[in-house]
Design a binder for this molecule. Structure first.
Ligand code: FPP
Length: 244
């Protein structure tokens, strides 16, 4: 599994971009519309951003669609979001596959409905051989929950003799995370002016660069992503070391 050092490009742009897509609700409220209107507008932006990735040299795109904390929203909003995810997957499968996108989902599936899980499985299966952009959608995802689930699996392996306690280190643990086949993100972007990471990719973003921008997610464009990638290129990533 590649480490963040390996994923950090020697060339200018980020190879793995992760996005906390925030601000849909405020975007809708500013227009006097229900929050779900903002989520639908946000879903349209996902397509534009995925399409922009190849020309920006982004090989991995990971987006935070629904957190383990988002169940605390009203029943109407949660049901509306789940329905949006089902529709998005059903509608976008063909286009994503045609563009060579490989789709994965991370997060805990236990609370998701069976219809949605079936659609997720189909999309993953259909795009399994694709070699274009790796799109990872975090759905019912929480960084702490992921580490807890990973630790549970790891503990089982130790208990059953497949792993020795002294073998558990920084290389071993990430093999149990949902993201085990992905490099760590080089750049994490959060829209809507909030400067926090809200339980997103806690382990994986230890050395990521961060961009907190004011744009609300439904207003985010490919041009803005290009600007952020360019600005990333001028940063000096040292991973804790001192420059020679
Ligand atoms: C945060 O905005 C956004 C979400 C909780 C949902 C993100 C979902 C989408 C962008 C929809 C499409 C995604 C896919 C993969 C189809 P918020 O509601 O917290 O906004 P607020 O902070 O302004 O209230």
């Amino acid at each position: 599994m590649p480490s963040d050092q390996q994923s950090g490009t020697e060339s200018s742009g980020p190879r793995h971009v992760a996005i906390i897509m925030d601000g849909n609700g405020r975007w809708a409220q500013a227009r006097g519309r229900p929050r779900l209107f903002g989520h639908h507008a946000g879903a349209k932006r996902v397509r534009e951003v995925v399409e922009a990735c190849p020309s920006l040299g982004i090989k991995y795109l990971t987006i935070f669609a629904f957190s383990t904390e988002n169940w605390k929203r009203t029943q109407v909003e949660v049901a509306g979001l789940m329905s949006l995810f089902r529709r998005y997957i059903a509608k976008e499968t063909r286009a994503l596959h045609a563009r060579g996108v490989r789709v994965r989902f991370i997060g805990d599936r236990v609370r998701l409905d069976t219809k949605l899980i079936a659609l997720m499985d189909t999309l993953e299966e259909q795009t399994r051989e694709n070699e274009g952009v790796h799109l990872t959608i975090a759905l019912n995802y929480g960084g702490r929950d992921e580490v807890a689930r990973a630790t549970r699996r790891l503990a089982r392996d130790v208990a059953e003799g497949r792993l020795k306690p002294e073998e558990v280190d920084e290389e071993t643990l990430p093999r149990y995370l949902d993201t085990r086949v992905l490099p760590d993100p080089d750049l994490v972007i959060r829209t809507s002016g909030e400067a926090r990471i809200s339980n997103f990719l806690l382990w994986q973003s230890a050395y990521s660069e961060y961009e907190f921008i004011d744009t609300l997610w439904p207003d985010f464009t490919a041009d803005e992503l290009a600007r952020l990638c360019q600005s990333y290129g001028s940063r000096d990533r040292r991973f804790g070391a001192v420059k020679a």
